[in-house]
Structures are given as C-alpha cells and as structure tokens.
Ligand binder design. Structure first.
Ligand code: OSB
Ligand code: MG
Length: 369
C-alpha cells in the first residue's frame, strides 16, 4: 500500500483520578495520535510519550519533531506491505522508540483494516481472546486513603494489584495492603526511586510475597539490578531499562531480572515487543504487558499483544473507565468477572476514533502528504 497521508493530532484528556508515581503526579494525559491513510483506509497509532522527560527522555515535542521531520518522510509515498517494511525503513533511526512505535502501530492498524482483519490475526501464535489484567495504584497521601482506593478496585473485580512505591512510601503501605488482602496477587513499582544503598528496604519487601518488584534502580541500569537480584528473593522486573530486544537479552544474560514488563511504546513498536516476547518464551521467562495510561487506541494494541503465549502475568491494562471519563475511541474496554479484558471484535485495532471529538479537542495538528 502506498502511504498517502500521515497526520499528527495532539490532545489532552483529563484523567478520571490523579495518578502519582515516584516521578510525579499527572492530572491530565497529553497524547499524540497518529493517523495513516492509504486507498481509503486509515490506521491509528498512539505515542506513549508524556509532556516532560520524567519517565523517559522522550516528550510530546521530541516525538512530534522526530515524526514530522524523519519518520513520516521515510514512509510517505512508500509501498508498505507488512510491518517489517516499516521496521526496515526506520532502522537508521537511533533511539526515540515511542515515536517509532506510534508510527509503526498505525501501519499495523492500516494493513489489518485494509484487509478487513482484526490486527491480532497478524500476530503469530496468539493463544487467548481475553487477557489477565490488574490495576496500577498510584501513591496516595495517607495509608487509609490508599486502602480506600484499593478497596474500590478490589470491588470492581481486579485480582492483581500493583502499588507505586518510593522512599518513605514503601514498607508501611505495602504491609497495610498485604494484611487486608492476604491472598491477592501483589506487586510494586518504584520507577527507579532507589539505589543499591537502599538494599535493606528492598530486602524487607521480601516478607510480603510479592509477585515482583518493578524497576527499583536507575532508569537505564541493568548491572546494579543484577547485583540486587542476587541479594533479594523477590523477582525483579525491568520496565524503564528495556528499550529494545537487545536490552532484554542483555538483562536476561546478566540475571538483572526474572521477568519483563513489555511496553509497546518503550521498546519501539509491536514488532520489537513481539521479538522480546519470543526471546522470553524461548528462555522460559514470563512477561506481562505494561501500560502508559493509554487511550483506547493504545490499549487495543496492548490487549492484542497480551494474547501471545508467555504473557502469563496480569498486565497493566485496566478498564477504560479507570483512566478517562470519556475516551477518544470506542468501544470502551470493560473488566470481566475473572479479572480479564476481552479482545475487541472488528477489523484492525477493533476500536474507532471519534474524529469529531478529536477535531474539537485538538491542541495541535499536522497533515503530511
Ligand atoms: O511505570 O508502569 C509504569 C504509568 C505511567 C508511566 C509509567 C508507568 C505507569 C503505570 C500505569 O504504572 C500503567 C497503566 O495502567 O497504564
Ligand atoms: Mg513501571
């Protein structure tokens, strides 16, 4: 298919609840959507970048620049027949995985939509039509407030909880949640808030039988994580440090983690995410699908990915209503009674962007052809 037109759309959606991590508090989600057109069909992709460089160095503005000046020109007028054709054209680009991912995923959706096939049919080895999920719970002011938020999620049906932690908000809140819900799957995410000097605190988390501890150390590290893993019982999971399939291999070879959070945007798109999945499958390493507070566009790609075999740990793919009162695409994702989320029907991603609402909300728009 000849890529005829690529558009970038910047919107800002208010979050249903403020979301606080060790790197900051988010009240709204600034988000770039990419649309890609060919022969009357449109594909959609979503960038995982935030406004500022707090989770990774990528931002809305760096993504816009890289997409406008480099990635879109590499695709416009080109004959794209498979996602691999996009990967090949982007090969000269170093870094900027979230920008590449938004573009590549739009091409996946375009190719699937043009063939009237659900995107998941393009994923080799998909094994389930509903994926196990949990909820990522932000930092609260006090433990009673945290318990109230968690009990809300528990009554909604989430059976796996992930608590955000940071120095000063770790042992006490984790103990409180563990005591109240002794049988729940529980894990924590530090978003790089600790160093090897904090080993006593990190080891103290062992008593809570956590499924895993996510990214305790520096955002780019795999060496210190390997040292830490030798000294604690809880499985380390890497998020921020894994930017590509090679990083995943290096981390596993070094023993820096026992499972991997695969985020499509962080690793550069669905193709790289599948490659990491396949590596982990071959090595018997369980993986799970992370989230970036996506709209239904990004969430649909995450659900499709999580149908692959070794996504056996519950993902950070919560119901749409957990994130936004009103999303930009329909239908919403709902939580099933068994703490799963179902793959939508329909061609491509299986969700439809409300273009009228997008145009009304748009803060910035660019059309390239
Ligand atoms: O570290 O996994 C993370 C949200 C924004 C940035 C980073 C992270 C998160 C989450 C929420 O934990 C995941 C989600 O539910 O989308
Ligand atoms: Mg994380």
């Amino acid at each position: 298919m000849i890529i005829e037109r690529i558009q970038l759309h910047l919107i800002e959606l208010p979050l249903a609840h403020p979301f606080e991590t060790s790197f900051g508090r988010e009240l709204t989600r600034l988000c770039i959507l990419v649309s890609m057109q060919s022969q009357g069909a449109t594909g959609w992709g979503e960038s995982a970048a935030f406004g500022g460089p707090w989770y990774s160095y990528e931002t809305i503005d760096t993504n816009w620049h890289v997409m406008e000046d480099y990635l879109a020109p590499m695709l416009l007028g080109e004959d794209i027949r498979s996602p691999g054709d996009v990967v090949a054209r982007f090969r000269p680009v170093r870094g900027h995985p979230m920008a590449r991912s938004a573009m590549e995923n739009a091409a996946w959706d375009l190719l699937a939509t043009a063939d009237s096939l659900p995107l998941v049919t393009m994923l080799p080895g998909s094994v389930r039509d509903r994926v196990p999920v949990g909820v990522s719970v932000g930092i609260e002011e006090t433990v009673p407030e945290l318990l109230e938020v968690v009990s809300g999620f528990v009554s909604e049906g989430y059976r796996r909880l992930k608590l955000k932690i940071k120095p000063g908000w770790d042992i006490v809140p984790v103990r409180a949640v563990r005591e109240r819900w002794p049988d729940y799957l529980l894990q924590v995410d530090a978003n790089s808030a600790y160093s090897l000097d904090d080993i006593e605190t990190l080891r103290a988390l062992d008593e809570f039988e956590l499924l895993l501890i996510e990214q305790p150390l520096h955002h780019d590290d795999i060496v210190d994580h390997a040292l830490l893993q030798q000294q604690i019982e809880t499985a380390i999971c890497l998020d921020e440090s894994i930017h590509s399939p090679m990083h995943a291999r290096w981390a596993l070879d070094l023993g820096a983690c026992r499972n991997v959070n695969i985020k499509v945007g962080r690793v550069g798109g669905l193709s790289a995410a599948i490659e990491i999945h396949d590596l982990c499958l071959a090595r018997g390493v369980p993986v799970w699908c992370g989230g970036m507070l996506e709209t239904n566009v990004g969430r649909a790609a995450n659900v499709a990915l999580a149908t692959l075999p070794t996504f056996t740990l519950p993902g950070d793919i919560s119901a749409s209503a957990r994130y936004y009162k009103e999303d930009i695409a329909e239908p919403n994702f709902e939580l099933n009674g068994d703490s799963t989320i179902s793959l939508p029907d329909g061609p491509g991603l299986g969700v439809t962007v409300d273009v009228r609402r997008l145009e009304a909300l748009r803060l910035r728009h660019l059309e390239l052809c």
